[in-house]
Ligand binder design. Sequence first.
Ligand SMILES: Cc1cc2nc3c(=O)[nH]c(=O)nc-3n(C[C@H](O)[C@H](O)[C@H](O)COP(=O)(O)OP(=O)(O)OC[C@H]3O[C@@H](n4cnc5c(N)ncnc54)[C@H](O)[C@@H]3O)c2cc1C
Length: 467
Amino acid sequence: MGNKHPVVIIGGGPVGLTMSIALSVRGIFNVVLERQSRVYELPRAIVMDAEIRRAFVELGFGSELANVLTPMSRADFVDSDGNEVMGIDVFHIHQFGLPAVSCHYQPELDELLLSIAKRCGADIRFGCEVIGIDATEQQVSVTTVDGENVCADFVVACDGASSSIRKKIGIQLEDLAFEQDWLVVDLEILHPEASQLPNVTRQVCDRDRPVTLVRGHKNFYRFEFQLQPGEIPSEMNTERTIWSLLEKWVTPKDVRLIRHAAYRFHGVVATSMQQGRIFLAGDSAHQMPPFMGQGLNTGMRDAFNLSWKMALVVKGRAKRKILETYGQERIGHAKSVVMHSIDTGRLIDQIAGRVSHGIEESAGYGGARPQPKLGESRLQFGQQDNGTMFTRIHELEGAEMKDGSFQLVSSTKSMDHFSLFGTPLQSHVLDGIEGMYLVRPDGYVAGVFENNRELAKYLDQIASEFA
Ligand SMILES: Cc1cc2nc3c(=O)[nH]c(=O)nc-3n(C[C@H](O)[C@H](O)[C@H](O)COP(=O)(O)OP(=O)(O)OC[C@H]3O[C@@H](n4cnc5c(N)ncnc54)[C@H](O)[C@@H]3O)c2cc1C
């Protein structure tokens, strides 16, 4: 049996690599065990939202990431004749100082994450499948297919939708009742200057067959075709059928077929994201239909929530109890995102006149359904803005969120000096802020306080419970 590591991450997909990076920059050594011999070479996720991009910027990787991202231009719903039903020019919207939505080509993003994770000092082992896991009160021991035992204080299972770790530790998935079969087709546009394909993310609400179009990063383009009752996914997933479905838009002269696959879109969320020293993150904990482009974003949000807490525990600055807030906060948030994605899917069918689900248009692009909040935890205070990312995070000059510092933001200089988890709060003065915003190392608002006394009481309570 070898040394005990602080953290072992099972799965070197995008969520596992994000977890690795977010721990390494906080000084926590980690080992990533990935069964494949290299990064998955086909695209799945297409978009990154501003919150996730901002989190990477705060960790110091903004400019590298900018090289693999293109801001999304527009998202809309149209009827079968192409008439707009609803839509939004995403290009003009900025959040957290960044484009609201950016497109990427996932294999390129995953390669970048891998190179950053390696550079940050993690021990990344590809071609290393985990076949067993055994936890005691003191540690977790993971067995690889080569018979090696790797021990850790904590294990994060980022092993994807069919997670064997989730099954081994007996965590159930709650089924949120959505099932549709779709064909997903990825293309490369051969002559971009002559292409007639619309530069949008578009849901074509066609009564006979709803179709999704997504203009991706560079010259990549995706089509998704909803399969109809009686159509057998494996029989439909042939090049011949794909080209006949595409012929309304493109021919083999216009595009190169990168891949085609039949997927069952569904919505599930784990009933728990932790068992003792073992945690679930990413698709192992939640899966959703892709209509909102939130699957990977939701997994990365898990990594950013868990990493700062785990770093504080490994450094001995917080008690293990703080890790319980991970599942408390993430499950409710992930469930809202899955439900939104399901409602978007149902709205497509409803607008197409196929079936009425009673879904409000707020579920569609530009429909302005409110952002979900983190589930309640003892880390959060009050009801105002807590549990959402601080919208002016990009204005916090010199903020050092990597070392686990909390930021205190108000419109006047705070005279008192506070600290939490052994680090002084960093103070910022911003115009137009009402009250005192306490911002966590993951950029989320912990609470909004009226005065120093209220803040001091909260900090005492957090220190006695978690520090
Ligand atoms: C058609 C489609 C479109 C999508 N579009 C979007 C989108 O636009 N935006 C978005 O955010 N998301 C989207 N998603 C979802 C997104 O692709 C996933 O949420 C994301 O890839 C999950 O990342 P992950 O790291 O959790 O899991 P995965 O990418 O599945 O990675 C898991 C890794 O764990 C490894 N592994 C598994 N078991 C073991 C083991 N026992 N030992 C070692 N390694 C193991 C696997 O080899 C794999 O590399 C889409 C998904 C689909 C199917």
